[in-house]
Design a protein around this ligand. Structure first.
Ligand code: PEP
Ligand code: MN
Length: 360
């Protein structure tokens, strides 16, 4: 991708002292609902009101959005509050209608980003637009696919681009609705430092109580903004009820979040240190999770050995593991001494796990 610098310009038009806040309901439901939320958001740090008009639902039969009429409600909200408006587009018809309604920010949803055909159709329909276009990460953790979508839009002469990090589907149950995989977003930032990145804590969390922490991690990683699903009566929302918060809660959250302003050498130093520490936290989190997975496998091995009456400790196998890992450690700049100590600790825990299975 060329001309990386042109990415960030559109953020400046908001002239903000804090990260960009995009907020609003998962779905536009009624005119009254859209207007009520808009007026409540007007008293918060929100610059852009979001609302889904066409809703991609996992299963048919759920509420699939109010369609075109919702654009009239959003237009009205904009006229009454001065908030900019945003909605998801998934095909050329959506794009044409959204442009016609003068929607300020269009986003491509996670289920569309996975398909280069869909992204190309949207890019063609948007060709040359000066609207802000944001690309949600694909549902699967594939950085190339995410960036490929951004590149298609960039090639269609769309300058005001950004990405939304909404987490990734996993088959395994995790504490998140969509696993954040922060490392992937960090890699994206490293590759395109000027591409604005916005966190969507609502779809990552899937529930209200972890939204704050997800926002804080994102801000510590220098994200440029938040997109938070917000509803005046969240429990009654027609979609994603569990993860929506009230405009009042959003307001309180933006007060409580530590927001870093890059001013002064000392502050800049602390900000950089903080970002690096957050990156370490992300990796530590991965290490602990991987260790947990490793121990579960050790439990399975324990059960298998028990069934087959085989001894726990198998020296030859252990020596092979050590040798391989010491070599890999060397490639990763880790001393032999450290790798051996680390593996021994893991091995001990692993044997304890197997032992427990054998004696249970
Ligand atoms: C949404 O923003 O309401 C939405 C459907 O998001 P996603 O594409 O991230 O699932
Ligand atoms: Mn939603």
């Amino acid at each position: 991708m060329t001309n990386k610098k042109s990415f960030k310009n559109w953020l400046e038009q908001f002239n903000l002292e804090h990260p960009l806040v995009i907020a609003g309901p998962c779905s536009a439901e009624t005119e009254e609902q859209v207007l009520t939320i808009a007026h409540q958001l007007k008293d918060t740090d929100t610059s852009v009101m979001r609302a889904g008009i066409w809703k991609p639902r996992t299963k048919p039969g759920n509420f699939e959005g109010v369609g075109k009429i919702g654009l009239d409600w959003l237009k009205k909200a904009k006229a009454e509050t001065g908030l900019k408006i945003a909605t998801e587009v998934a095909n050329k018809t959506h794009v044409d209608m959204a442009l016609e309604a003068d929607v300020d920010v269009l986003w491509i949803g996670a289920r569309s980003t996975v398909s280069p055909f869909i992204v190309q159709d949207i890019a063609d329909a948007l060709h040359g637009t000066d609207k802000i276009v944001l690309v949600k990460n694909p549902v699967n953790p594939d950085l190339a696919l995410w960036l490929g979508a951004v590149e298609r839009l960039h090639k269609a002469d769309i300058q005001n681009l950004g990405v939304i990090h909404r987490g990734f589907s996993t088959y395994e149950k995790t504490r998140y609705r969509n696993n954040p995989e922060w490392q992937l977003a960090i890699d994206l930032q490293n590759e395109f430092p000027n591409l604005p990145i916005i966190v969507d804590p609502s779809h990552i969390a899937g529930r209200r109580d972890t939204i704050f922490d997800i926002c804080q991690t994102a801000l510590d990683l220098n994200y440029d903004g938040l997109m938070v699903e917000t509803h005046h009566t969240p429990d009654d929302a027609w979609s994603d009820a569990k993860q929506q918060i009230t405009p009042e809660a959003l307001h309180q959250m933006t007060i409580d979040l530590r927001i870093r302003k890059e001013k002064g050498e000392e502050v800049e130093f602390r900000n950089k240190l903080n970002t690096l520490r957050t990156k370490i936290d992300v990796v530590d989190h991965q290490i602990i999770n991987q260790l947990g997975k490793r121990m579960k496998i050790a439990d399975d091995i324990g059960a298998l050995k028990k069934k087959n009456n085989v001894a726990i400790l198998q020296t030859r196998r252990w020596n092979e593991v050590l040798e391989k890992m010491v070599a890999e450690g060397r490639e990763n700049n880790l001393s032999e001494d450290f790798v051996i100590k680390f593996l021994k600790a893991i091995h001990e825990e692993s044997i304890a796990h197997q032992h427990k299975v054998l004696t249970d």
